[in-house]
Write a protein that binds this ligand. Structure first.
Ligand SMILES: Cc1cc2nc3c(=O)[nH]c(=O)nc-3n(C[C@H](O)[C@H](O)[C@H](O)COP(=O)(O)OP(=O)(O)OC[C@H]3O[C@@H](n4cnc5c(N)ncnc54)[C@H](O)[C@@H]3O)c2cc1C
Length: 400
């Protein structure tokens, strides 16, 4: 079995297969997994348990929300209990890959997959290392876990009813003095409104002591000129941190990336013996720019189906074969609220471009003010819109 891409999806799948004794090779084009730690990686507490993640991959815990904007509004929701964690993305990937090795799986870093083709019941995948040396790997299945790039599967055909929606993010990891860190500790802070980030949002997340992640993410609107991210991040830093705090701030890393998903996830999840996983089949949720949990969900769905197919030495994934059931099982696992959250993402972020949209967002946030931090977590992480019942529905349906 060849798994291409050692992100959360591919590395988790490889470790599950290796644990079951499958001969698995995991490759990634990155020479080191410390590089490109592009994800800010906030997640709710229950996901840690569900995916069996250890404390060593956790950078910080949080127990409340702080929302800045629209304009100068500021709202807080606090809980007495831990609500979630911010993962150390590099540590997470490192741990998953180490587990795969521990269970006997092979890992080759610095190897880029170029293409694959099926020959009979085998797949031949061409790989190249950093020096351009080519290598062909023969396997019974290939998993494309290369994230939103979909390096082997390719983008789904253009479809006006289910377009591929893209967002771009930029994030700095900064070191700050104690009093500044304490101000941002134990909460997820977001900046919302078109004068903060048009078509998107900004954030400040606590990391290890004295470290913060400050970032912005914006959905791309092909119909409008798109403001560059750098000045938007500069504006956010200026508004959130005093001149003295900015002078004392040390930038440890700058990174960023893209997030791309279709809203309804109706694209093909594979081709012959090539199967897509994680962001490669649109498991990144556009509402919260969140994909790690869902990438792990996709590997939890695919692993048993692949094992079943390997046992049966399955043919092509027709609907009746274990892998034929993969798209439907993944849709079930992501839940019926998924498409609604995607629609809300498009409406909220792409529409966030002026005073009218700010006023609508402000009314929605005001309607959420009386709720608990737990309810806001359920809304943003579990897409439980119905908890807010009729208060949020008019916004979701576009009536206000
Ligand atoms: C700025 C930003 C902030 C984010 N913040 C959060 C957040 O707070 N919480 C959250 O849950 N999610 C967040 N996400 C999204 C999350 O990072 C992704 O959804 C998640 O990492 C997807 O996992 P994956 O394994 O499918 O793909 P990826 O993590 O993208 O992994 C794909 C891997 O494939 C490798 N690869 C690509 N092409 C090839 C090739 N041809 N050959 C070999 N290897 C290849 C890449 O190097 C990479 O290691 C954020 C994303 C961005 C861009």
């Amino acid at each position: 079995m060849l798994v291409v891409g050692a992100g959360p999806a591919g590395a988790d799948l490889a470790r599950q297969l290796a644990l079951q004794g499958v001969d698995v090779l995991l490759v990634d084009r990155l020479p080191s997994l410390e590089r490109a730690a592009f994800s800010s990686a906030a997640m709710p507490l229950d996901a840690l348990d569900r995916f069996g993640l250890p404390a060593s991959v956790v950078a910080a815990r949080w127990r409340g929300w702080e929302l800045f904007g629209p304009s100068d509004r500021r709202r807080q929701w606090k809980s007495g209990r831990t609500q979630g964690v911010v993962l150390d993305f590099a540590a997470l990937r490192h741990w998953l890959v180490a587990e795969n090795r521990r269970w006997g799986g092979s890992v080759r870093l610095g190897m880029r997959a170029l293409a694959c083709r099926q020959e009979g019941d085998q797949v031949l995948t061409s790989l190249a290392d950093g020096l351009g040396q080519r290598l062909e790997v023969r396997s019974s299945w290939v998993v494309d876990a290369t994230g939103q790039e979909r390096s082997l599967l390719g983008d789904p055909p253009r479809n006006a009813r289910n377009p591929l929606v893209a967002g771009v993010g930029l994030e700095w990891l900064v070191e700050v003095p104690d009093p500044c860190w304490e101000r941002w500790a134990e909460r997820l802070a977001f900046c919302l409104g078109s004068d903060w980030v048009p078509q998107g949002y900004g954030w400040v997340f606590p990391m290890q002591p004295n470290r913060l992640k400050v970032g912005i993410c914006r959905l791309l609107d092909p119909r409008r000129p798109q403001p560059p991210l750098g000045p938007l991040l500069g504006n956010l830093l200026e508004r959130l941190f005093s001149p003295a705090e900015r002078r004392a701030m040390v930038v440890l890393d700058r990174h960023g990336g893209q997030i791309r998903s279709t809203i309804h996830r109706r694209e093909a999840h594979g081709r012959g013996r090539l199967i897509g996983l994680g962001d490669a089949v649109s498991t990144a949720n556009l509402l919260g720019g969140e994909g790690i949990r869902h990438a792990l969900t996709s590997s939890r769905v695919l692993a048993p189906l692949l094992l079943e197919s390997l046992e049966q030495q399955g043919e092509e994934p027709a609907l009746s074969t274990p892998l034929g059931r993969y798209p439907a099982k993944l849709r079930d696992a992501l839940g019926w609220r998924w498409s609604l959250s995607g629609r809300l993402a498009r409406r909220t972020w792409l529409g966030l471009n002026g005073a009218g949209a700010d006023q609508r967002l402000d009314r929605l946030l005001t309607s959420l003010e009386g709720g608990r931090a737990e309810d806001l977590s359920a809304l943003l992480f579990d897409y439980r819109f119905e908890r807010y019942g009729l208060r949020a529905m008019p916004y979701l349906l576009g009536w206000r």
